[in-house]
Design a protein around this ligand. Structure first.
Ligand code: SF4
Length: 724
């Protein structure tokens, strides 16, 4: 028997066909009929059956019985776990206030809206996590600038520009397949990246810039486009706000300075800029490499969006698609019940005063602008990520009780001891909470310090729909291939059951996710079963939607000059800031730490901190690697395959040296997300959580993070290396 399911080790929900024998999945392949993935399956996806049946999977709820971190557990029933957790949560709310509950996010391995719905009804504004470096910041900036997120129309484009993007390993489908197809059809490719990855290898132009300086190249391109008259005058005149101020601002920008700061020759900067400006339609897709740049992270996204706008590459075939296509299923945003969270509770959100853009202050401005226009075209960002607390401020509150106590902590398909900066601080902070609940697939370093560990069902055991938060021109069914094994549950059931136990019963009327999906699909005249049978529901893809609606911003135009940034006291036009620890900003420190550190680049088949216990994945990646240029390997006497120490001002970690020219001289790339499920779980080891943890070297203090969102630097730092 064959059953349909969907793939989970990354975000893209490729369709799968499972062969089932005697109730067990015995093989899996890509689903050729899936409207998006068309049979595609990458090396990461091929691990999914090992994951489904892995002997280390969590299968039953556990309660801690010994000391915290002591790895002593008692198996309990779901009802016991839910009753006890709800009871303790209720007491904590009564004693310390609802805001004393915080949540740590992973990267979209769970349902989103049930978490936010629960938090809104409970009364806590403190959902935080890795979202301040991963796609959500650029989404937020897209909303602030265009009034909606944007998506590259790769299929019809003539030119693709990648700034800090490695889709071959981060998004094999649809990004890398889309780029490869566009190239086959003759599209040009410009890659700006410190690393010579697969994308740079096949690029028409590669700009090997110094990490963290992308904005200087973009500012040069903006200046060139304006001063050489290469902008789309009609589009700018009619649909862009603040062009004159932008032109005035870039007048003082120097291409020579851009060459000095980026390390890329002025000629190459200018010739690539001219190619971009004169080859249309063109796209500059979102990229994680610029979303994780610390101080410049949001301003570089602003410049990216400005480049697409002034060249008129907006909502045309082959350009950046902006706005909804009238797909009126009930959206994730509507399911969150954001109106249920009191203003007084929103005002307590941790970090919002300092990093306002992706917290309630900025989100409310974005929401108000988005709600000016009809829902068929415009929707605010989901508050689950668009209005989040700042993780560092949450951990500090948990540790110190200032500005108020954070006593209960939930982590779900997340692993903040590994995936967030300052891992030891995170560990110590979490250890101080009165109630720690982790729902995950495996016992992780973070689960090890929990009071309750709950077994999560994976994507093959869950149902969902996919419509890119309502902005796609399609909605795809992701059916549940198998009922959850053992006592695993999907996270909808966790939040529903806790909600029902904590006075929220009337807001959780659906027994299972499938029932909630029926409700969401009702406006389309479909049930979830109908959608599964037909795979996909589509509406007409519309271009130039702004001609009918305008843009969902305060001015009704694309905001080259951002009124939202201005109101938040942020730079309304993109301004470059030298990273605080770089050879230019701190030459004394760079004598001690002479190499530039990069981390966070995706690598196959791992994804973030996942798959470390999957045997086929570990065969391919047995160790955490540091890529070193041959010249530096020679300088430090390091051989390929040797363990080395990588250290800086903030901490150190150990990696196995991989010597090649994927990094430039004087740069080192270390892999992120490493821990060792095969090591001792008990604290202080926590499965070797602190040994090869790239985040040991990443700071999140105020001076290192962006003013807008508090994005910490996961690149453009300093380090030194030595043999171990
Ligand atoms: S790109 Fe790979 S890992 Fe991601 S959903 Fe598709 S097959 Fe799965």
């Amino acid at each position: 028997m064959e059953k349909r399911g969907w793939c989970g080790p990354c975000h893209h929900r490729c369709g799968l066909n499972l062969k089932i024998e005697n109730g067990k999945a015995v093989s899996v392949k890509g689903d050729k009929n899936h409207p998006m993935s068309r049979g595609f399956m990458c090396g990461r996806g091929k691990t999914i059956l090992e994951h489904l049946y892995h002997e280390d999977r969590l299968n039953y709820p556990l309660r801690r019985v010994g000391d915290r971190g002591g790895n002593e557990w008692k198996r309990i029933s779901w009802d016991e776990a839910l009753d006890e957790i709800a009871n303790r949560l209720g007491k904590i709310r009564t004693r310390y206030g609802a805001e004393s509950l915080a949540f740590s996010h992973g990267t979209y391995r769970t349902y989103g809206w049930p978490i936010k719905r629960f938090f809104n009804l409970f009364g806590s504004p403190n959902i935080s996590g890795a979202q301040s470096i991963c796609r959500c910041p650029s989404w937020t900036v897209e909303w602030a600038t265009y009034g909606a997120p944007c998506f590259p129309d790769m299929r019809n484009t003539f030119l693709i520009v990648l700034f800090g993007s490695h889709p071959k390993d981060s998004c094999p489908h649809p990004a890398w397949t889309g780029i490869s197809r566009a190239k086959e059809k003759g599209a040009k490719l410009i890659v700006a990246d410190p690393m010579k990855n697969a994308e740079a290898e096949v690029a028409d132009i590669w700009l090997p810039l110094r990490p963290g300086t992308d904005l200087m190249i973009m500012l040069s391109w903006i200046k060139l486009i304006i001063e050489e008259g290469l902008f789309n005058e009609e589009f700018v005149e009619k649909w862009c706000y603040g062009f004159d101020r932008l032109a005035e601002m870039v007048r003082s920008h120097s291409h020579d300075e851009a060459e000095r700061i980026t390390g890329v020759s002025k000629d190459l900067i200018l010739s690539s800029g001219r190619l971009f400006a004169t080859t249309g339609p063109a796209v500059i897709p979102w990229a994680l490499g610029i979303d994780k740049q610390g101080v410049n992270a949001q301003q570089v996204q602003r410049a990216r969006l400005i480049l697409s706008a002034i060249t008129g590459n907006i909502d045309i075939a082959g350009g950046e698609l902006v706005g909804r296509n009238g797909l009126n299923a009930i959206s994730d945003y509507e399911m969150e019940l954001n109106e249920k969270l009191d203003e007084s509770q929103k005002a307590k959100q941790l970090g919002a005063e300092t990093y306002g853009l992706m917290a309630y202050p900025g989100w409310e401005m974005i929401r108000d602008a988005a709600e000016r226009l009809p829902k068929e075209y415009s929707l605010p960002p989901v508050a689950e990520f668009g209005a989040s607390a700042h993780a560092r401020v949450v951990f500090e509150a948990m540790f110190t009780g200032d500005p108020y106590p954070v006593k209960a902590f939930f982590s779900q398909a997340s692993n903040p001891i590994i995936t967030l900066p300052n891992p030891k601080r995170n560990y110590e902070a979490i250890s101080k909470a009165e109630l720690v609940v982790v729902m995950d697939y495996y016992m992780t370093p973070t689960a090890m310090v929990a009071d309750f560990v709950l077994p999560a069902a994976g994507t093959l055991e869950r149902a969902d729909i996919q419509d890119i938060h309502g902005f796609a021109d399609w909605i795809i069914a992701n059916p549940r291939a198998l009922e959850p094994l053992y006592e695993r549950k999907d996270d909808y059931l966790l939040w529903k059951e806790l909600g029902r136990r904590l006075d929220q019963a009337e807001y959780w009327p659906w027994e299972r996710m499938e029932d909630a999906l029926n409700y969401r699909l009702k406006p389309l005249g479909l049930t979830f079963k109908d959608l599964c049978e037909q795979y996909i529901y589509t509406v007409e893809k519309r271009y130039r939607k702004y001609e009918r609606y305008g843009f969902a911003t305060n001015t009704g135009k694309i905001e080259l000059y951002s009124t939202i940034f201005e109101k938040l006291g942020l730079d309304p036009l993109p301004v470059y800031q030298e990273p605080p620890e770089s050879p230019l900003s701190n030459p004394v420190l760079s004598q001690k730490y002479p190499l530039i550190l990069l981390t966070g680049t995706r690598f196959m088949p791992m994804y973030h901190s996942e798959l470390r216990q999957i045997e086929s994945a570990r065969k391919q990646r047995p160790h955490p690697y540091a890529i070193i240029h041959p010249a530096n390997a020679k300088e430090y006497g390091i051989s390929d395959g040797e363990w080395i120490a990588v250290e800086n001002n903030h901490g150190g970690a150990r990696f196995v040296a991989k010597i090649n020219e994927a990094v430039q001289e004087k740069m080192v790339h270390i892999e992120h997300g490493w821990w060792f499920p095969e090591r001792e779980g008990k604290a202080p080891s926590l499965f070797g959580a602190f040994e090869s943890n790239a985040n040991n070297l990443c700071p999140d203090g105020h001076e290192f993070v962006s003013k807008e969102i508090g994005t910490w630097p996961h690149t453009a730092l300093l380090c030194r290396i030595s043999k171990l």
